[in-house]
Design a protein around this ligand. Structure first.
Ligand code: SF4
Length: 239
């Protein structure tokens, strides 16, 4: 039953495992090639992501919120757009490295439009990519694509920011005013918290909830452990 529940809660991972299983039985040579490719990306992530997380944490801790609001917030106007464009353009690393950076910027007051500009420039027109593009496809091609893509990015940022507001974004698990809470937007229903502290957490509709139980001191240790191990940072604990 537990395996079934875990499978249901991790549908994408289960599908990948199943696909690998079928591939190993039917086409083992292709399966080995797929494993090789997957390992390449796993190692790439292991090399890049720790650096990204450390940098993001340092910026989060040391750069005051006002600096981000002034530079990338709603009121920064065109100056904010330019900063966002430069940040994405002079970034390094794959696009998935941009997500923790953008999450941090958003949390500190960056506007949705500027987040879109950072993500888009990071993905398609960052400087190291342009240099390679000019080398392989010619400077004329690179320059024209850069101009047209840049215009599209600004247009996209303008349009999306009209439809998506900061209030629509998932919130970080905030410190609960008292006791424990689970941010339903962030919870992925993995069940880790329930395994660690079943007296306080339970799963319903693929989301963790908190029981009415009064949390006394020995249990707080378990609750804090659950908050620490929650892969989605969805648990807030106070006291
Ligand atoms: S709160 Fe965290 S640990 Fe608990 S089910 Fe949700 S994502 Fe998993």
């Amino acid at each position: 039953m537990k395996i079934l529940e875990k499978t249901k809660n991790n549908m994408v991972l289960s599908f990948v495992v199943l696909a690998y299983g079928i591939l190993f039985v039917t086409m083992p040579d292709k399966a080995m090639a797929a494993v090789g490719n997957s390992m390449y990306y796993v190692f790439e992530m292991l090399l890049i992501m720790p650096v990204v997380f450390i940098l993001t944490s340092v910026i989060e801790a040391w750069v005051p919120k006002e600096v981000i609001i002034n530079g990338f917030g709603e009121k920064a106007g065109f100056k904010g757009n330019v900063f966002a464009f430069l940040l994405g353009s002079f970034s390094a690393g794959p696009i998935y490295a941009a997500f923790p950076v953008c999450k941090m910027l958003l949390k500190k007051g960056a506007s949705i439009g500027n987040i879109i500009i950072v993500l888009s420039t990071w993905a398609v027109i960052k400087v190291p990519m342009l240099a390679n593009e000019a080398k392989f496809l010619g400077p004329k091609f690179m320059f024209l694509r850069w101009i047209l893509t840049s215009i599209s990015i600004f247009a996209m940022a303008f349009i999306i920011s009209r439809f998506v507001k900061t209030e629509d974004m998932p919130k970080e698990a905030e410190e609960a005013e008292e006791g424990v809470n689970v941010n339903q937007d962030y919870c992925i229903g993995c069940g880790v918290c329930v395994d660690i502290c079943p007296k306080v957490f339970y799963l319903e509709d693929k989301k963790a909830h908190v029981t009415d139980m009064v949390i006394v001191e020995p249990m707080k240790v378990k609750v804090r452990q659950a908050a620490k191990e929650c892969p989605a940072d969805a648990i807030g604990v106070s006291g």
